[in-house]
Design a binder for this molecule. Structure first.
Ligand code: AMP
Length: 206
């Protein structure tokens, strides 16, 4: 099952993909995560500036990753494609997409969610001021490190990131809708409901 997942920052793509990955036994491939781990100075430059990495670099990385053994039964692509060229590349290479999940959410709900988010700078655990409180205020349950609020989770920054996402993704949404592959999923509710809806759609469509 070859899945593409779209969704604005903060909608919970990571959590949804994590659950789908276990359920369907396919890897979750996030190009953002791959690039964040890169030590290549040129790539780091694009990330630090918040710019898209050039298509040729992204396509090279994705092509290599999709050839790995764990992708034989499929994959969940998150963060790719970001441009029409990248979408065309998948088509040229004969990569058949089974379904494109378009996670939708209200901007105000996402902003409220992210502006209360706390993360552990050491182990990456995620908490929330109201919804997922750590046992001891401001301290990570798992490793005891002091939790921080990410700079790019501030309300203004979040709104801007969501705006940029919507503008960038519009053409891709149209591209996959035309090909009858796109399914809209309301995703600003409970994670378990979102995953149940997705599972039902996948079982019906794929
Ligand atoms: P993300 O975590 O998906 O927001 O990605 C973080 C950063 O990685 C982006 O701001 C881009 O610089 C880069 N990146 C990730 N995926 C792509 C892609 N498909 N095309 C170009 N740049 C990408």
């Amino acid at each position: 099952m070859n899945i593409i997942i779209f969704g604005p920052p903060g909608i919970g793509k990571g959590s949804v993909s994590g659950l789908l990955k276990d359920k369907y036994r396919v890897p979750h491939i996030s190009t953002g995560n791959i690039f964040r781990e890169s030590s290549d100075k040129r790539i780091r430059h694009y990330l630090e500036k918040g710019l898209l990495v050039p298509d040729e670099d992204v396509m090279r990385v994705v092509e290599k990753r999709l050839k790995e053994k764990d992708c034989q039964n499929g994959f969940i692509l998150d963060g790719f494609p970001r441009t029409l060229e990248q979408a065309g590349f998948l088509e040229e290479k004969g990569v058949k997409i089974s379904i494109v999940l378009n996670l939708l959410g209200d901007t105000d709900v996402i902003v409220a969610r992210l502006s209360g988010r706390l993360i552990c700078p050491k182990c990456g655990a995620i908490y929330h001021i109201r919804n997922i409180k750590p046992k001891k205020k401001g301290i990570c349950d798992k490793c005891g490190t002091e939790l921080v609020h990410r700079k790019d989770d501030q309300p203004d920054v979040v709104r801007n990131r969501i705006d940029v996402y919507r503008k960038q993704t519009k053409v891709l949404i149209e591209y996959y809708r035309k090909r009858n592959l796109l399914v809209d999923i309301q995703a600003d509710g409970q994670l378990s409901d979102v995953v149940n809806n997705i599972t039902a759609v996948i079982e019906d469509k794929v």
